[in-house]
Design a binder for this molecule. Structure first.
Ligand code: NAD
Ligand code: MG
Length: 516
């Protein structure tokens, strides 16, 4: 055996084999990969009808990890019919209490596979292993527990009406479709599947073609938890083929989408052209991060760094435009550039690294072309701007200054480790600038003046405003966009509305004919 072959067993008993010679960035190679690569329909893994597959790549080194089945319209149809049958035969008759118990059971099983799920996520997506463990997988489990708590608390109201006993029923929609991106594969899966199940729906979910593996691992645990066949179906495939077929399917009553604004438009169009299914969209952002003179600067610098560089800038709510008031601008820029330059970047399986590779070669090229464009338009690079290393899709944390509002790097979502820092004088001016993009997903404000914080929070057109922090999510609080960042709210009680339809029942309390 080659001396470079290493065997590991993780704390959860997952066996890992690594060939250090062929894999110098030291990402583990699972041998065999603990994932079934078929389409998960009716609690079974099946190949695509036409036998097609797609390659998923390790972004740390550009090598193919595995081939997974590539669903076409026929496979989508099979999955939707499985979900419809499961809804009609079993799930619509399953009590909230039972749904809750199954969801808790699944959360426990996910927890017992946490390490394996985290490693698969890091391998396929490139995110740091500590983030996969501490954020993505931990939040996946928490999401199922949170919505398990709602499953037996879905109910309508009694409404006082003249001559009738009136009440509402909050009924499931039936089959719900979900299309998710690659930036938080397990988390986005949980945000879609958990509220759908809690409210009594069945689901067909399409993962991103760039990160299909963690969803397939999740699928293999669904049957173990005891979910009836067809309640949860997970398919892998490309957007324009499998995604479009799902968004267009006449038996799908609702489609939940997270991804780019442009594809969001296509999903809405497909829904409109087919059966007018309900649509919720979580789209892109270009979130402003506003730092006033009276902010705690140490805190502001730390959070601004997290705001943009968390998940390598591949976060829909990334604070990609940092507006700093003139009194603290120079000092902020000095400190912010330093911690950006000092960001540890490299092998995502090394716990010491904060930043790993971008998800794909396409994304890498896209981000690098934004950086080139910014320079061409006259913005200055305070730090970064270049590729990191010689293999994989790593990019240095990049800070631009001297930006103008109409520059492409100030208008478009870059979805990478690239941030622009701009100066402002007054509150009115910064509010105006904050609104100069088409987006409205999130915003942050840093000040120690509570009155100003509340005033600015009310003025900002954004689905979430963070005060003296960024990127803080909680299952109790809703998340979603204003303007072209989408509509509908995920998380919290609000998300239940996306997955229920309301029926009014009126019972006549008057007699139309009197016999006496
Ligand atoms: P995307 O919108 O192209 O893909 C998201 C999902 O939609 C994937 O599962 C994809 O297969 C599917 N899809 C693509 N075309 C489709 C179609 N015609 N019909 C139905 N489904 C379709 O996003 P991406 O390629 O993963 O990333 C591109 C850009 O999207 C990013 O650079 C970023 O700007 C944005 N993005 C935003 C978020 C977010 O959370 N808001 C997440 C990921 C990406
Ligand atoms: Mg991949």
């Amino acid at each position: 055996m080659s001396p470079t072959i290493q065997h590991f067993t993780t704390t959860k008993g997952v066996k890992i084999t690594r060939d250090a010679a062929n894999d110098p960035v030291s990402s583990p190679i699972f041998s065999p990969l603990p994932v079934n690569t078929g389409l998960f329909i009716n609690n079974e893994f099946v190949a695509a009808k036409d036998g097609k597959t797609l390659d998923t790549v390790n972004p740390s080194n550009g090598k193919v990890i595995a081939k997974v089945s590539e669903a076409g319209p026929e496979d989508v149809d099979l999955a939707v019919h499985a979900a419809e049958k499961a809804y009609n035969d079993v799930w619509s008759k399953t009590s909230g209490k039972t749904r809750s118990r199954l969801m808790h059971k699944l959360a426990d099983i996910l927890e017992s596979h946490a390490e394996e799920l985290a490693q698969i996520e890091t391998l396929d997506n490139g995110k740091g292993i500590s983030f996969s463990r501490g954020f993505d997988v931990a939040e996946l489990i928490q999401c199922f527990r949170y919505y398990a708590g709602w499953a037996d608390k879905i109910h309508g109201k009694v409404i006082d009406t003249e001559g009738a006993f009136s009440f509402t029923r909050h009924e499931p929609i039936g089959v719900c479709g979900a299309i998710i991106p690659w930036n938080f594969p397990l988390l986005m899966l949980a945000w879609k599947i958990a509220p759908a199940l809690a409210t009594g729906n069945t689901v067909v979910l399409k993962t991103s073609e760039l990160t299909p593996l963690s969803g397939l691992k999740f699928a293999s645990l669904v049957a173990e938890a005891g979910f009836p066949p067809g309640v949860i179906n997970i398919i892998t495939g490309y957007g324009p083929r499998a995604g479009d077929a799902l968004a267009r399917h006449s038996k799908v009553g609702k489609i939940a989408f997270t991804g780019s604004t442009n594809v969001g438009r296509l999903v809405m169009k497909a829904a409109a052209e087919s059966n007018l299914k309900k649509v919720t969209l979580e789209l892109g952002g270009k979130s402003p991060n506003i730092i006033f003179d009276d902010a705690d600067l140490d805190e502001a610098v730390k959070w601004a760094h997290h705001g943009i560089f968390f998940n390598h800038g591949q976060t829909c709510c990334a604070g990609s435009r940092v507006y700093v008031q003139e009194g603290v601008y120079d000092e902020f820029l000095k400190r912010f550039s330093k911690i950006s330059r000092d960001t540890k970047i490299g092998d995502p399986f090394d716990e010491g690294n904060f930043q790993g590779p971008q998800v794909s070669e396409t994304q890498y090229n896209r981000i690098m072309s934004y950086i080139e464009h910014g320079i061409k338009e006259g913005a200055k690079v305070a730090t970064g701007g270049k590729r990191h290393g010689t293999e994989g899709y790593f990019i240095e944390p990049t800070v631009f200054t001297d930006v103008k509002e109409d520059m492409k790097i100030m208008q478009e979502e870059i979805f990478g480790p690239v941030v622009a820092v701009a100066k402002f004088k007054t509150l009115e001016e910064v509010i105006e600038k904050a609104h100069l993009t088409e987006y409205g997903l999130a915003a942050a404000v840093f000040t120690q003046n509570v009155t100003k914080a509340l005033e600015v929070s009310a003025l900002l057109k954004a689905g979430t405003v963070w005060v003296n922090c960024v990127n803080q999510l909680d299952y109790n609080t809703p998340f979603g966009g204003y303007r072209q960042s989408g509509f509908g709210r995920e998380n919290g009680k609000y998300a239940l509305d996306n997955y229920t339809q309301i029926k009014t029942v009126k019972v006549n309390l008057t007699r139309s004919t009197r016999s006496t």
